[in-house]
Design a protein around this ligand. Structure first.
Ligand SMILES: N[C@@H](CCC(=O)N[C@@H](CS)C(=O)NCC(=O)O)C(=O)O
Length: 199
């Protein structure tokens, strides 16, 4: 199999989805993880991808970005439907909610990382509200799965970084079943090996 490169940053939950998926697809031995430098106009990473975002997978002359496309590629390489099993409409909608939840968490994290005086409290509050409504929806309509598919992996990565960085608040009360599941998934060896660095 052609050796691949997976560009990542240690604290990106999107890149973490791809990194865990690579490991759990049995592809880790075929993939070199390369730490990228993002958010820097002078970064060499712009030579790899003009958006300088992670994750990006280089597989021979195939270039893939977006967590979803990378995980779908892993399914193709392994001839499996691990990350994208045949989906019902309900499962597709749950995937939409999980991905939107991660997008909102990412916006919140970006605000949180700004220097004091530059953070937008309204943006953070709005994303906190959106995350709560998404979690409440998931708690009653999404069935936590022990073998993670793409939706579950996105959620596990989003919930753990949100909790670690202080966005969680009362999520335990709001969505106890989902939060209990996420805590168990955070203990998975591949999740632990890719855990975002403490700030
Ligand atoms: N839709 C993309 C989102 C990727 C993304 O936003 N990555 C962030 C890291 S969390 C990034 O590279 N940010 C750097 C930048 O925007 O300059 C995916 O699913 O992979």
């Amino acid at each position: 199999m052609v050796r691949k490169k997976l560009f990542y940053t240690p604290n990106s939950p999107y890149a973490r989805v791809a990194r865990v998926a690579a490991r759990q697809s049995g592809l880790a031995g075929h993939i070199e993880e390369v730490e990228a430098k993002t958010r820097d106009k002078t970064s060499w990473y712009f030579q790899v991808t003009p958006l300088a975002r992670v994750p990006v997978l280089v597989d021979g002359d195939i270039l893939l970005a977006d967590t979803r496309d990378i995980c779908a590629h892993f399914d193709e390489l392994t001839g499996s439907t691990r990350w994208f099993p045949k989906e019902t409409h309900q499962a597709r909608y749950s995937r939409h909610i999980a991905c939107g939840f991660l997008d909102g968490v990412a916006v919140w994290l970006r605000e949180k990382a700004r220097p004091d005086g530059q953070k937008s409290a309204p943006v953070m509050h709005y994303e906190e509200h959106r995350a709560r409504t998404a979690l409440q929806w998931l708690e009653t309509r999404w069935n936590p799965v022990e073998t993670m598919d793409f939706t579950a992996l996105v959620l596990a990565c989003a919930i753990e970084i949100a909790i670690d960085r202080g966005m969680g608040g009362d999520w335990e009360n709001l969505a106890p079943k989902t939060m209990d599941w996420a805590a168990r998934k955070a203990a998975d060896p591949d999740m632990r090996a890719t855990k975002p660095l403490p700030l």
